[in-house]
Design a binder for this molecule. Structure first.
Ligand SMILES: Nc1ncnc2c1ncn2[C@@H]1O[C@H](COP(=O)(O)OP(=O)(O)O)[C@@H](O)[C@H]1O
Ligand SMILES: O=C(CO)[C@@H](O)[C@H](O)COP(=O)(O)O
Length: 481
């Protein structure tokens, strides 16, 4: 029916704003069918989503894929990292999930860092210094603020674990997503029982960590998803690790992802341990590592500024001397969870287009500042920066990254690299191949390379200066000062 050359596989990206599903021909990488359905995220003090909505969105996205999904031989779920999903004895959410961009657990992050030996000890132990995004800080926040929810919890999951478990009936995760919890020891590659004891989390509530290449389970038949019973389910992983698979990354190739979060990362053979906390020392979904820096304010923040100005997101104008630090949700890179947006240098002749350009510049500056720290000694610093995520489709984003990085920028033609990476993992289960090699065979990273232009040092220096001078302001909450 689908005229595919090989077996069909399904790859899913359950990210912050929506779920995307692709049905892919495992032989060629051709996308046979696709679907997408939105999620809602709470506004106000926290950032929460109902996990059941992710499931409904998955069902809807698969429904849009039609008959092709029925033919799939294997499926894999990639999902937003870090979110705390708490389930009761029936497997139902105890409360909405606390998401990666919810900064309410910043005090718990600081406290846990101090209580367990400081930043260097954490970095060596778990690969990362826990920021408010990390699951362990969310569990500590819940323990303090909603002890009744903690008492009702019988299982703790990450977003991709939750969906995988609803498919298979078994609680599983993978090393990539486990490495973003803060309770996974990256040296031992196992849950860290001392950290778990410290935050009062029983290891029995956690999912089994499935090895790369291992089958997580098969689709059970107690729901109306368009899968055949017995369809293989791959381990899945966090969305950034899935995109790394989807691009078929080799060590040292730099990526910048522009979505709800902004991220910069590269695969590394060395286990990262950055005591400054800028670089998170994630594992990848194979057997390597994924040093990564993440911002909380990327496409949504810039789109918000465009909306406030009443202009299209592409309506940027050059010549700005305005600095806009777009930290609308607080920020993680730089580590300023209490910050809000900050504007400096406004003049009578500043245009809306220049203000908008300043928002793009502020968002990209944070990511580029972390890129050098992400790349290890073996990385080729002149290699094109791979630009992915929804924002990579925008000309203003592409040109801003080009101008502020001074590097060539490659924009893969393939749109949904997280879902493609999940599909490559599912295909690897069937063929025994390394999923990154599957993606290279599919040629997913192919796309135009925009030549390097001279780096805009003036803008970078100006933004860094405002950031430094405004440090006390950015450190305090605007609504409580
Ligand atoms: N053509 C485009 N130009 C610029 N930005 C875009 C374009 N299409 C989508 N986006 C941005 O992409 C974002 C969604 O990116 P995506 O990577 O799908 O997010 P996430 O995975 O975090 O849910 C939206 O916030 C939107 O601003
Ligand atoms: O917190 C991180 C990475 O550490 C984020 O990258 C999340 O994984 C959310 O991703 P998107 O929804 O923006 O793709």
């Amino acid at each position: 029916m689908s005229e595919a050359e090989g077996p069909l596989v399904v790859g899913v990206d359950s990210s912050t704003q929506s779920t995307k599903a692709l049905v892919v021909d495992a032989a060629t990488g051709r996308v046979v069918a696709s679907g997408q359905a939105p999620h809602t995220v709470s506004s106000g003090a926290g950032r929460e989503s109902d996990p059941r909505q992710w499931w409904d969105a998955l069902c809807e996205a698969l429904r849009q894929c039609g008959e092709a999904a029925h033919e799939a031989a294997a499926v894999s779920i990639g999902g937003q990292q870090h979110g705390l999903v708490t389930l009761d004895e029936r497997g139902e959410p105890v409360r909405p999930a606390l998401l990666w961009n919810d900064v309410r657990s910043a005090p718990q992050a600081r406290r846990l860092t101090e209580e367990l030996g400081g930043a260097k000890v954490w970095a060596e132990r778990t690969g990362s210094v826990p920021a408010a995004s990390f699951t362990v800080t969310k569990w500590a926040w819940l323990t303090e603020h909603e002890p009744e929810a903690v008492r009702a919890t019988r299982a703790v999951r990450l977003p991709h674990d939750y969906l995988t478990e609803r498919l298979t009936g078994q609680g599983t995760t993978d090393r990539g997503d486990a490495s973003g919890t803060g309770w996974w020891a990256s040296g031992a590659e196992a849950y860290d029982e001392e950290i778990l004891a410290h935050v009062g989390l029983d290891p029995a509530l956690l999912p089994r960590v499935v090895r790369p290449g291992e089958v997580a389970g098969t689709v059970r038949d107690s729901h109306d998803l368009p899968f055949s019973r017995g369809t293989l389910v791959a381990p899945g992983t966090g969305d950034n690790a899935a995109a790394a698979l989807g691009l078929g990354l080799r060590p040292g190739m730099p990526v910048m992802s522009l979505g709800t979060s902004g991220t910069v990362y590269a695969v590394s053979r060395r286990r990262p341990a950055d005591p400054t906390g800028t670089v998170a020392g994630f594992a990848d979904a194979r057997g390597d590592w994924l040093p990564l820096a993440c911002t909380l304010n990327c496409t949504l923040a810039v789109d918000r500024v465009a909306t406030l100005l009443g202009v299209d997101r592409e309506a940027v104008e050059p010549g700005t001397t305005v600095t806009l630090l777009p930290y609308l949700d607080g920020e993680r890179t730089p580590n300023l969870p209490n910050a809000s947006g900050l504007l400096h240098g406004l003049r009578h002749d500043t245009t809306p287009g220049q203000l908008l350009q300043a928002a793009y510049d502020g968002a990209v500056h944070s990511l580029l500042g972390a890129l050098d720290l992400v790349l290890d000694a073996d990385a080729d610093r002149s290699a094109p920066l791979l630009l992915i995520g929804g924002g990579a489709r925008g000309t203003a984003w592409q040109q801003t990254v080009r101008r502020l990085s001074g590097r060539p920028v490659q924009v893969p033609g393939a749109k949904e690299l997280v879902a493609l990476g999940a599909a490559a993992q599912a295909a690897g289960l069937l063929t025994g191949e390394d999923p990154a090699a599957v993606a290279r065979r599919w040629n997913t990273a192919a796309g135009p390379v925009l030549d390097a232009v001279e780096r805009d040092e003036e803008a970078l220096t100006r933004i860094a200066g405002v950031l430094s001078d405004a440090a006390p302001l950015l450190d305090r909450r605007a609504d409580t000062s």
